[in-house]
Design a protein around this ligand. Structure first.
Ligand SMILES: CC(C)(COP(=O)(O)OP(=O)(O)OC[C@H]1O[C@@H](n2cnc3c(N)ncnc32)[C@H](O)[C@@H]1OP(=O)(O)O)[C@@H](O)C(=O)NCCC(=O)NCCS
Length: 180
């Protein structure tokens, strides 16, 4: 696929007025990725609780949160949501030197055009400038496209974690990249 030319891709920090569009894009990508066999009440609750307007406003307001947007022609096509200074039991990095990538989402028509990589590299640069030595994330074990994407970019599978919401549990894999 044709890459989105660098001059057409704008990466910028999210601000409060971005919340409605961020919520819509996050919901769309979440459903495209995970609700591939129809919608259940669980999806409705997950969306409202974690990706609704109030939830996204809370992401931005949280201490140590950082959200970067990818835009083309002034339209939102991707984003990365991160938390500074947070570590995980599977890592030896102290919280002060760890940076979590909470979500990396690109709208389906723009997949495979370099936007995910551009957002990931931007997060790595932000983490480094924040004094972090590790960027880490969790990906659903069945999300093979994402797992391949991170593995190809230097992220190492460090073990299993469990995501539980509303009575359902899912195995995730924790990936981390360390640079010093
Ligand atoms: C995972 C995800 C963020 C990757 O984003 P993306 O924009 O498709 O990523 P890129 O285009 O940078 O790279 C993906 C593939 O496209 C190709 N690609 C990379 N750069 C490219 C470029 N400049 N031009 C064309 N193709 C490119 C490569 O084949 C690459 O695969 P590789 O890992 O074998 O190198 C995206 O698939 C996504 O949003 N998925 C849904 C949500 C999700 O699963 N998020 C992760 C949850 S943890």
């Amino acid at each position: 696929m044709t890459p989105v030319p660098a001059q057409e891709l704008v990466l910028r920090d999210a601000v409060t007025s971005d919340v409605p569009c961020l919520s819509v894009l996050a919901s769309q990508v979440f459903l495209d990725t995970y609700a591939t066999e129809g919608i259940t009440p669980w999806f409705a609750r997950e969306l409202e609780e974690h990706l609704g307007v109030a939830a996204v406003a809370a992401w931005l307001a949280a201490a140590d949160a950082w959200v970067v947007l990818a835009e083309r022609d002034g339209r939102l096509i991707g984003f990365a949501q991160s938390t500074r200074r947070v570590t995980h039991a599977l890592l030896t990095t102290p919280a002060a030197r760890a940076f979590e990538l909470v979500r990396l989402y690109v709208q389906r028509p723009f997949l495979g055009r370099g936007i995910g990589t551009a957002l990931l590299r931007r997060c790595e640069a932000e983490a480094k400038s924040d004094g972090a030595s590790t960027l880490w994330l969790t990906a659903w074990v069945g999300n093979e496209r994402a797992r391949r994407f991170y593995a190809a970019r230097g992220y190492v599978d460090r073990g299993a974690t469990t995501y539980t919401f509303d009575g359902e549990s899912f195995e995730n894999r924790l990936y981390a990249r360390q640079w010093r």
